[in-house]
Write a protein that binds this ligand. Sequence first.
Ligand code: NOJ
Length: 451
Amino acid sequence: MIKSQPLTFPKNFVWGFAAAAPQIEGAAFLDGKGESVWDRFARRPGAVHNNDNLDVACEHYTRFDEDFRLMRSLGAKNYRLSLAWPRIYPDGDGALNQKGLDFYHRLFDSMEKHGLTPWVTMFHWDLPQSLETRFGGWRDRRTADAFAVYADTIVKAFGSRVKNWITLNEILCFTKLGYGVGRKAPGLQLADQVVNQTYHTALLCHGHGVRAVREHGGKGARVGLTDNATVTVPFSETPDDIAAARAQFIHENARVLDPIYTGGYGPAYRKAVGKHAAKFEKKDFDLISLPTDFLGLNIYTGEFVRAGKSGKPEKLPFPASYPTADAAWLKHVPQSLYWGPRHCAEIYGASSIYITENGAGYNDVPPAKGESNDLHRLNLVRSYLCELRRGIQDGVPVKGYFLWSFMDNYEWEDGYDRRFGVVYCDFKTQKRTPKFSARWFTKVMAENRIV
Ligand code: NOJ
């Protein structure tokens, strides 16, 4: 008999699910919640697949207790969620909405009851529309002033029960894709200088998030950013291609990671943006580069890079037949879960890394005979976890993994058909049905190994 070696993870490895307020809560205008830029954007005809909006979503606002019961029954002990800024400050600044804070107190009570540890993202894309209307949103540092107050408020309110804080989720998506490409809210296509300014405002907010946790977080509080670094994967794992992938990684990710880890925009980045650079004050970087406790990485895919002529990094295009999820951007690149964290550890010295998202977006069909067969998702996640484990064995300091997502939800401009959940959500009846991937992931978490 051949005995397989168990594909185990380190003791105390953190396993959990991830989700975000705007994608699951619904109740978009209830109990005093203000409009977010996504509430507005979703109403622009054609902006979102099927013109789906966030009004109802998974009705998590009223169903959270049963959701947490299910989550716990699947064996999760950690859950990454976000707080909705416009629920707490309907206009982004000014008057506080106590009902918003009360809601999250009830939600944390329920998590506690079900034995779930919260990992809380302060901002997951739902900017209060009022800040966009009055200041131009991320274009203006008054948005960072408002965020500073919001961050202080939530850390003071929840600091005794929340010990793991994530400042912002995926800066690229709410800056460049919102103000440059226009694919995400607020759906603008503005000049490069403006886009660079939105990045800078976001970095300031990250700094304020860290500051707020240091000032009000209490004992044991930890904080970090969640970045969606573009992961460069060497075409072959040979020294030349590895060096090329590493150089390309710096080139693609310096805009966010350099300021945070080195306290400024690096020379290569400054040269690349030239006259389109963001306006900033020198002291900004004292805030932006406040030391963090961990780096969160959302990794779904990667790009292949090889050493071209004279070692210059050369990106390789994906051929038409390359395996891809129904989300067209999600190319099946399991090695990204090896190389993403490794580059961050080697280049920036990140010594504690959490995979704050990984998963697969497919247009799953409704469950048949009470079961939801998503072998496609299960297999994708499994292949990625094998690469993650390889990294950990090589010494890459990854401490945890959060699967995106617990249940199907509002996939932004792709609406409700694009499903990332391991639990199927019937959006008409709100019935939840765990998919095969959930059943399998339950065993992974329970046994702390890839099964
Ligand atoms: C990144 C985002 O953080 C999340 O909101 C989104 O749904 C998933 N990736 C899947 O695209």
